[in-house]
Ligand binder design. Structure first.
Ligand SMILES: [Fe+2]
Ligand SMILES: [Fe+2]
Length: 182
């Protein structure tokens, strides 16, 4: 398998794990606010931050150079879904603030947006793994794929202390132990 798309698929494994955690979280009548904030922060910093940055600033532009439109078709659809995901995250953040300020009705909105985000991203990741990345593997010359993988590593190495890929994965694993104990 191509190292560059493999790198993104590895991120997907942890993003899906975080979605599974949020699904369990959203069933609780006594929510742990710090854990919900942690989950939302992980989406912002890891799923949408690091991971979507690699797709949007590196993979998709490279695919565009090889004939994939960013206005229509599969790459455009992926970009659109990233935007839809951000709308769910914004709602989660805003409703967590309302809930912390005593608006108990906000909890249902936190949960519905967590579930909506999960459904969107599960489908999105399946499309990337099964279709879009396979198109990239076919369409991108080997040299470009190697360059892309190096660029992914540079982006990962530039992450701030405590915001390294391994820090995100550790936090996801910790939440998993609490919400989905083996
Ligand atoms: Fe994506
Ligand atoms: Fe992705």
């Amino acid at each position: 398998m191509n190292d560059a798309t493999k790198n993104l698929e590895d991120d997907h494994v942890y993003i899906l794990q975080l979605i599974d955690v949020m699904e369990v979280m959203s069933k609780s009548s006594e929510p742990d606010i710090a854990d919900m904030e942690d989950a939302v922060d992980l989406i912002k910093s890891y799923a949408d931050g690091l991971h979507h940055a690699k797709e949007e600033t590196l993979l998709f532009p490279l695919m565009a150079q090889h004939g994939f439109s960013t206005q229509q078709g599969p790459v455009a659809m992926m970009l659109h879904e990233h935007t839809q995901g951000r709308a769910f995250v914004k709602e989660m953040s805003e409703n967590i603030e309302l809930f912390k300020n005593g608006d108990l009705s906000a909890l249902a909105f936190i949960y519905s947006n967590m579930l909506g985000y999960g459904e969107l991203l599960r489908n999105h990741i399946a499309k990337e793994n099964n279709v879009l990345f396979r198109m990239a593997d076919q369409a991108l010359p080997k040299d470009d794929q190697e360059m892309l993988y190096k660029q992914f590593q540079e982006v990962e190495n530039k992450c701030l202390p405590n915001h390294q890929k391994k820090d995100f994965i550790d936090r996801i694993e910790k939440l998993t132990q609490v919400y989905l104990p083996a």
